[in-house]
Design a binder for this molecule. Structure first.
Ligand code: SAM
Ligand code: SF4
Length: 471
């Protein structure tokens, strides 16, 4: 999921996990046991996992550290989807080794996908580590931190914990007000040949719709106005009673106070007509993330994505028949093994044809355990990958600029989610199509929906002015 802001600051839109985000906490609690710091790499699901971890630590009496220097517990919540992300974590672990030499009591943990991928090997590679906690063991993080502190014992928990999926989610220390993330599904069964996720997050497991709706109702009562349903393959959601994503979205839409619903990430193969139709619901936002990965059938087949270019385009047409103004975002990998210049040209032409609102693009990197890393040679030279990435990004920028300019003068509802990064006289928020708009205003507007006239385009964002009362 690109140029990551600090967690809790508006505008987490990116799929780039290269820069970690430090997780802030709420005010210190009375019975303070120590201070913690969580660095987060990766997608929204990791961001929300960090919220879950922080919630547990604060319930135990920990409060947020100002930085690494005053932290008693430092946790790295990691992503290994691409090689660059894994290397950054190892870099940070090196820094923490020096810190631990100076402050022996410091507890250092690696959580998330790198923990699952490396397991015990992490203790060998980083002997100063106290905790190795896989994504499925996050409900037990607080308990494990307690064990380390009380017994000064190392803990590794990388068990699948199928029974505990989503446990303790309601305790999360939510940092993305007025939006709340709700993980509806863990893991993935698709095994696309390039992807490590099924090996790190395990097999697909869905939470029960009744539990999710009750949690969403609780969030609405606390003032959260947007619910983002999270799953690696969210449109494959199906619970033990047979309810699917369309049922879940419609049930959440019934909740008073929930004004906006998004779901991410959708797999093109499983985007049923029922789910496409749900997009017409007024509470479902006009934006969908539909990763294509490549525009070439030959590459899609080697990726084992389970759809062709024509099938993908047919799904896009179906979505746009329901909502002509739907904004599509996508993920694209360049330089997959065997990708020729002609294959890449197919990707460029697909980008042109679909007219995406956002393209998250990545250079292919072989990942452990995956079929592509075992069966295909990583034969596209690094300089060709870099050049294709640059061409793709340039094309997308050129295509988007005139469409963005055409939106100037239009009026869009903007849900204000924080102060602008550039000015303390401006707030920032998102349109239904999930685009960032900065406009004049102060912190009292956070959580309000403002009818806004778009006045200007900037690189990937808009400026606007309010044209009606906030609601
Ligand atoms: N579940 C989503 C889907 O089916 O498209 C994707 C989840 S994955 C965590 C996020 C994105 O990382 C993918 O869509 C893909 O573009 C990218 N990615 C995954 N493995 C990669 C690899 N080995 N090299 C480069 N990019 C990769
Ligand atoms: Fe990875 Fe494919 Fe599953 Fe997405 S659908 S998480 S790309 S294996």
């Amino acid at each position: 999921m690109a140029d990551l802001p600090v967690l809790g600051v508006p505008g987490i839109e990116s799929h780039d996990e290269d820069e970690p985000r430090a997780l802030p906490s709420r005010a210190p609690v009375a019975a303070e046991r120590g201070r913690y710091l969580i660095h987060t790499w990766g997608c929204q699901m990791n961001v929300h996992d960090s919220e879950r971890m922080a919630g547990q630590l604060e319930a135990l009496g920990f409060s947020q550290a100002r930085g690494e220097d005053d932290a008693d517990v430092i946790l790295l919540n990691t992503c290994t989807v691409r090689e660059t992300s894994a290397s950054k974590v190892y870099g940070k672990l090196g820094d923490l080794r020096r810190l631990k030499r100076q402050r022996e009591h410091l507890v250092v943990g690696v959580c998330g996908c790198l923990a699952q991928q490396e397991r015990d090997a992490l203790f060998t590679r980083a002997p100063h580590l106290d905790l190795v906690i896989g994504p499925r063991a996050i409900p037990f993080l607080g308990r494990h931190v307690g064990t380390v502190l009380e017994r000064r014992e190392r803990v590794r928990d990388t068990a699948p914990h199928v029974e505990a999926i989503g446990e303790g989610s309601e305790e999360s220390l939510r940092q993305s007000f007025p939006k709340a993330y709700l993980t509806v599904q863990e893991g993935c069964d698709k095994f696309c040949t390039f992807c490590v996720v099924p090996f790190t997050r395990g097999r697909e497991k869905c939470r029960s719709m009744d539990v999710l709706v009750a949690e969403a109702a609780g969030l609405a009562e606390r003032g959260f106005r947007e619910i983002e349903l999270l799953g690696q393959n969210v449109n494959c959601y199906r619970d033990e009673k047979g309810s699917d994503l369309a049922d879940l979205v419609l049930a959440v839409a019934e909740i008073d106070g929930v004004e906006r619903i998004r779901f991410v990430t959708s797999h093109p193969r499983h985007l049923s007509d029922r789910i496409a139709d749900v997009i017409a619901h007024p509470k479902v936002m006009d934006g969908i993330h539909l990763p294509v990965q490549s525009g070439s059938d030959a590459v899609l087949a080697r990726m084992e994505r389970d759809y062709t270019r024509a099938e993908y385009l047919e799904r896009v047409a179906r979505l746009r028949s329901v909502n002509a103004d739907l904004a599509l975002q996508t993920d694209i990998i360049v330089g997959f093994p065997g990708e020729t210049e002609a294959d890449f040209a197919q990707t460029l032409s697909l980008v042109e044809e679909v007219a995406y609102e956002g393209v998250y693009s990545f250079k292919y990197s072989p990942r452990p355990f995956t079929k592509a890393s075992k069966s295909f040679e990583d034969d596209v030279p690094p300089e060709v990958k870099a050049e294709r990435l640059e061409r793709l990004q340039r094309l997308q920028d050129e295509l988007l600029a005139p469409r963005d300019a055409a939106r100037v003068g239009g009026i869009e509802d903007v849900l204000i989610d924080g102060m602008s990064k550039r000015s303390d006289q401006e707030v920032s928020g998102r349109t239904s199509r999930n685009r960032v708009v900065n406009l004049p205003g102060g912190p009292e507007l956070i959580g309000m929906i403002l009818p806004t006239r778009i006045t200007e385009t900037r690189a990937h964002t808009f400026r606007g002015e309010p044209v009606g009362p906030p609601r």
